[in-house]
Design a protein around this ligand. Structure first.
Ligand code: SF4
Length: 375
């Protein structure tokens, strides 16, 4: 995790009106040289300044298309800004307004841990293992996967990437989100018995050599601190009180929650499903609160609420405040590229291989995760 030094106090005393005026003024003055990207989980006070909204990969791909841009200001988290830096030309400076905007899931897979795991796995089996990493991981983890014949995936194309990986090899090591790996593989028809969890902080990953030899999928013991807040109990409460309310969740939720939901799929899938839903329908959504709130506001003809009764906010995304966005733009206007995210050239080269392999084999699109397989 990287820490952001405090920005000058004066930003904390500005009114929201002053901040809005100054950000708009910068955007006008930079014109097409500046692109502001906003992830769906950003707070309303920030995302309203975004030129484009989307999930992490969609935003990085959009960034790569902005050939006229000198600066991409990424209102998201660190790994997303890294992906944008990897996919954009060297002449484009990618800026993260607050360096503390990390991702607890990405932090659960460190390169040294992966190198150690890879050695142990290779000692246990002669099977070919293909490493696949969710894009919610550091550039170094992506690079490892690219260098070792693997690829990246998103929550939209995880199934297509897993199908490719299991054609290429005998087993898959899936990082860092065990839930996305399990939910996707289960939806493809793989039994829970064919999956083991590799715990990077336990000796020998917490698994025995013969369990490794038997497994088809080795799931890294990582998870999203936001999506793990959705529980089976919440699903049952909705079912008991309002059986007509549909439950739709993100595949970063646990397998048990996904099995009790009516639908599960990527952020884009959730948005498209709600957009297409009939007026008067009722929904309980298991994903980040800012997105759920925006969906509720933009669909007043539907009854939309969070599956949880508590706020499920991504606190690291929340680090990107209007004050930090303004400070970043002030810095750029003063000729300083503060908080520029630059990925090491060699890491960038191999991470790009993993990203390109994903795009060649499984273009990203909104898809549902199947839930109807028997163990
Ligand atoms: Fe990471 Fe979860 Fe936040 Fe996404 S919602 S950035 S996976 S902690």
């Amino acid at each position: 995790m990287i820490f952001q030094p405090p920005i000058p106090d004066e930003y904390m005393t500005l009114s929201y009106g002053e901040i809005t005026t100054r950000i708009r003024c910068h955007k006008e003055q930079f014109g097409r040289r500046l692109v502001v990207l906003g992830h769906h989980y950003q707070q309303d006070d920030v995302i309203r300044f975004a030129d484009f909204r989307g999930d992490s990969l969609k935003l990085s791909q959009l960034a790569a298309k902005q050939k006229q841009a000198d600066y991409v200001v990424f209102c998201g988290v660190h790994f997303m800004a890294e992906s944008a830096d990897i996919l954009t030309d060297d002449s484009v400076a990618v800026i993260l307004p607050d360096l503390s905007a990390g991702c607890s899931m990405a932090d659960m897979a460190e390169p040294e841990q992966l190198i150690d795991a890879w050695k142990v796995l290779a000692d246990c089996t002669e099977d070919r293992i293909v490493p696949i990493t969710y894009v919610n991981s550091s550039a170094a983890i992506k690079a490892f996967c690219g260098k070792h014949g693997g690829a990246c995936c998103t929550s939209s194309n995880a199934q297509a990437v897993l199908e490719w990986a299991l054609r290429e090899g005998d087993k898959v090591l899936f990082l860092p989100d065990q839930h996305l790996g399990r939910n996707t593989a289960y939806g493809m028809g793989h039994s829970l018995d064919s999956m083991i969890v590799w715990d990077p902080v336990s000796e020998h990953g917490g698994v025995k050599a013969d369990e490794i030899r038997r497994a088809r999928l080795i799931l890294w013991n990582g998870w999203c601190s936001v999506h793990q807040l959705f529980t089976v109990k919440q699903c049952e409460a909705v079912r008991n009180r309002e059986p007509e309310r549909k439950i739709i969740v993100h595949p970063e939720c646990s397998w048990a929650v996904v099995q009790r939901a009516d639908m599960a799929g990527s952020t884009e899938f959730i948005i498209q499903t709600i957009d297409a839903a009939e007026p008067g329908t009722k929904w309980a959504i298991g994903t980040e609160s800012n997105l759920v709130g925006r969906l509720a506001n933009s669909h007043p003809d539907k009854d939309i609420r969070s599956l949880a009764t508590i706020q499920c906010v991504c606190t690291t995304m929340y680090r990107i405040s209007p004050q930090h966005l303004l400070w970043s733009l002030d810095e750029l206007a003063a000729g300083r590229e503060s908080n520029r995210i630059s990925v090491d050239e060699e890491v960038s080269k191999w991470a790009r291989v993993a990203l390109q392999r994903m795009l060649e084999n499984a273009p990203s699109e909104a898809v549902a995760i199947s839930r109807d397989c028997s163990q």
